[in-house]
Each structure stands twice: as structure tokens, then as C-alpha cells.
Design a protein around this ligand. Structure first.
Ligand code: ADP
Length: 403
């Protein structure tokens, strides 16, 4: 039984084909620069020993992109026929308040995803485009939408509402939604497996630290608060995003600088975070600068770790008791220095890192805490594509039963 996961962007389609019997990746790839004359298709079959294949060819639109993906999967025998597919899982960024679970897609679901576009104008229209095309071309395969926001729909109102005029919520849906849901959900499940305890009995603080970064407080397996808000700009300091700021900064800047609203918004999203402080947004480059003595890079690292630590403290307080802190995402999984900084001097919380375990790269899920601590510190490799595949299969199974 195979499942294809599609992540459709405005000019790209990323995909991953899983064999769900052993959850192994059969093939994966990405088409970039769709619409340009030199679109690039990178394609990898997992067990044929060949390196990533790269083809540059014009791919005019998502329809041609999907056809290219299926032709490559069929020609390489990664897939013998589309009837081998149990389902297709689509990543959708914003499900608003409407979607708290994955859904089998049909026309009315597509319209609902369209309704959420104002909340994620860069992502939802592109996600929807991918779903529409896939339904048109491969409508005989069940298709599921899995939402980045869905896991956070369990957050209670006192945590998701902003203290702003109630009409803003009622009329414009202004509230905290949260993102990275599939990643937080996946690593929470992995933590439960590692600790041999039911997820419904676990309290966790999950830190997803990639180019974007967010932290989630998980109580008895459910998200009860998360650092990203109405948009993915709020919360932790990120590669190029500011994270938490005083909202009045914008009004101040519009008075004293020559920047308009759009320029300020662009700067907060793409010129801030690590990049804003030291000029580099890739954490490895920031470390290289810092090691060479660059003071701004050292400051950027200090700020990045300080803000994570503040959230660990805040989420510890709202959870009351914590079973594990999880580090995931490219930075969380690889940056032992940062993990040590974020967890330093937290002995009073029952949280202490063992330096030798922290510096040894282990399996996809391992503990780096000292022995006999109340709080485990876990490093877990995230796998959002697999989580989308698992949720899609479960959704189609449940749907078939109801039908
Ligand atoms: P995305 O959020 O786009 O999925 P990733 O989760 O892959 O991105 O995270 C990308 C970040 O991970 C980059 O800042 C990169 O520098 C960082 N990273 C990758 N490997 C390491 C490493 N060995 N040490 C520190 N940071 C790393």
C-alpha cells in the first residue's frame, strides 16, 4: 500500500512516496520554478543506489508538474500504476477554525480552503491549486487535506484570543492559530513511543527549530498553547523573522522612518531574526561567524537561545509538570551548543543536560538529559511528510467506514 504526499507551493511541488507497510520512503523529489523556462525537477529513488537525478525543462503549470511527477514515478517503477496508491495526502497551511482534523477532499472542502486564503495568502491558494489539479488528473485516488494549524485547534480560548476588541475576532477571525502542527504532533507521538507511555498521559514542551521556529505546550497529548499566532511571524526569533515584538513598533516606525506598512512587514518577515542581527540566516553560518569572533553573530546566538529559554519557562508554568522537552527541526536536531544554552541553569525545573550525550549524534530519537531528572530532554528527528501520510491513511480508512 503506497501513499503520495504533495506539498504544493506557488511555483513548486514537493513530493514523497511512502510504502506504508514499513513507512519507508520509496521516492521523493521537488519541482521548482514552475512557470519558468528552466524549471528544475530533482528526483530520487530510495533504493536504486543512484544519486539525485536533476532535469531542467520547462514546466508551465501545476498540471504539467503533477504529470511529470507521476510519469517519473511510473517510469522508474517506484509506482507500477496509480491504482497502487491508497491515497494522496496534501499539506495545507491554514485550516482556520474550521479544520481540526484531516479531511477527504471534495469540492465543498476546496471552497472552505479557499475561504481561509485571507489568513494565508501566500500558501493556501497554492495548496488549493495542487489539490484541484490532483483531483482533476487522479480523481480515482482518495485525496486528503492535512492542515498545519489543525493540531492547535485544541488550544483553549483564553490562550488563543488576543486582548483586542472582540469584533476583531468575531468579524475578522483574529486569534492565535499556530503552525508546524504536523511536526509537533509527530515528535510528540515519537516521544510517547520512546518513553513507553501513552501520549494522552504526557505533558511536553516541543521546540521545532528550523528556518521557521515555534514552541508548543502539549498537555495530555493535546496542544494547549503555541508561540506562532495569527501568522507565523509571532513567537521565537527565527532565521529571517523577528518573532515577538512590541506591536506599536510598526506605528512608531511609520512615523519616524520612510518605510511604509508593506516595507515594514517585509522587513519583519525576511530581514529580521538571525539575519537582521548578524546578516546570516543559516544557523551554521551564524556559528562560523561567531567562532571567528564576530560580535553581532554572538549576540544573535545569545538572543536566539534566550528567547527559547523564556518560552520553556512560560510553558513549564502553564503545564505545571513536564515529562519531556523535545528539540526538533534542522537546528533543534543538530545544534548541541544551542540545546545546552537553552537548558542551562534549569536544575530547579528538574531539567539538566548531559554534555556527552548532547554532543554525540545518536538515532532518530534519543535522550540527552542527565540520569534521574524529572524532565527528559529528547532530540527527535521530525518527519512531517510521514505524519501527513499516516494521517491521510487513517482519514481515508475512517471515511470508508462511515461511507
Ligand atoms: P525548514 O524549516 O526550512 O524545514 P530545517 O528544519 O531544515 O529547515 O532547518 C534549517 C536550519 O537548520 C538552518 O538554519 C540550518 O543552518 C540549520 N542546521 C542544519 N544543520 C545544522 C547543524 N549541523 N548545526 C546547526 N544548525 C544546523
Amino acid at each position: 500500500m503506497k501513499t503520495l504526499v504533495l506539498n504544493s507551493g506557488s511555483s513548486s511541488i514537493k513530493y514523497c512516496l511512502f510504502d506504508m507497510t514499513d513507512q519507508a520512503v520509496v521516492a521523493s523529489g521537488i519541482i521548482e520554478k514552475i512557470g519558468a523556462a528552466d524549471s528544475l525537477h530533482q528526483f530520487k529513488i530510495s533504493d536504486n543506489g543512484l544519486p539525485v537525478q536533476k532535469q531542467t525543462q520547462p514546466v508551465e503549470n501545476h498540471q504539467q508538474g503533477l504529470q511529470l511527477i507521476f510519469d517519473s514515478l511510473l517510469q522508474s517503477s517506484a509506482l507500477n500504476s496509480t491504482s497502487e496508491l491508497y491515497c494522496i495526502g496534501h499539506r495545507v497551511v491554514h485550516g482556520g477554525e474550521y479544520f481540526s482534523e484531516p479531511v477527504v477532499v471534495n469540492d465543498s472542502i476546496i471552497n472552505k480552503i479557499k475561504d481561509m486564503s485571507a489568513l494565508a495568502p501566500l500558501h493556501n491558494p497554492a495548496n488549493m491549486q495542487g489539490i484541484k489539479q490532483a483531483l482533476k488528473q487522479f480523481g480515482h485516488v482518495p485525496q486528503v487535506a492535512v492542515f498545519d494549524t489543525a493540531f492547535h485547534q485544541s488550544i483553549p480560548q483564553h490562550a488563543y484570543r488576543y486582548a483586542v476588541p472582540a469584533d476583531w475576532y468575531n468579524e475578522f477571525a483574529v486569534r492565535r492559530y499556530g503552525f508546524h502542527g504536523t511536526s509537533h504532533q509527530y515528535v510528540a507521538k515519537q516521544a510517547a513511543e520512546y518513553l513507553s507511555r501513552p501520549l494522552e498521559k504526557l505533558n511536553l514542551i516541543s521546540l521545532h527549530l528550523g528556518n521557521g521556529a515555534s514552541v508548543t505546550a502539549i498537555q495530555q497529548g493535546k496542544s494547549i498553547d503555541t508561540s506562532m499566532g495569527l501568522t507565523p511571524l509571532e513567537g521565537l526569533m527565527m532565521g529571517t523573522r523577528s518573532g515577538d515584538i512590541d506591536p506599536a513598533m510598526q506605528f512608531y516606525l511609520s512615523r519616524v522612518s520612510s518605510m511604509n506598512n508593506a516595507e515594514i512587514e517585509r522587513a519583519l518577515n525576511s530581514q529580521s531574526g538571525l539575519k537582521g542581527i548578524c546578516g546570516e540566516n543559516d544557523m551554521r553560518a551564524v556559528h562560523r561567524l561567531s567562532d571567528a569572533g564576530d560580535k553581532q553573530a554572538q549576540l544573535a546566538l545569545q538572543m536566539y537561545a534566550y528567547r527559547i529559554k523564556k518560552y520553556i519557562g512560560a510553558y513549564y508554568a502553564i503545564l505545571g509538570q513536564v515529562d519531556a522537552v523535545i528539540f526538533t527541526g534542522g537546528i533543534g536536531e543538530n545544534d548541541s551548543w544551542l540545546r545546552e544554552q537553552c537548558c542551562s541553569n534549569l536544575n530547579a525545573f528538574g531539567l539538566a543536560i548531559d554534555s556527552s550525550k548532547n554532543s554525540a549524534v545518536d538515532t532518530a530519537c534519543y535522550s540527552i538529559s542527565k540520569k534521574n531528572q524529572a524532565v527528559e530532554v529528547l532530540v527527535i528527528k521530525t518527519n512531517e511528510e510521514l505524519e501527513i501520510a499516516l494521517q491521510s491513511v487513517a482519514c481515508v480508512k475512517a471515511f470508508s467506514k462511515v461511507e
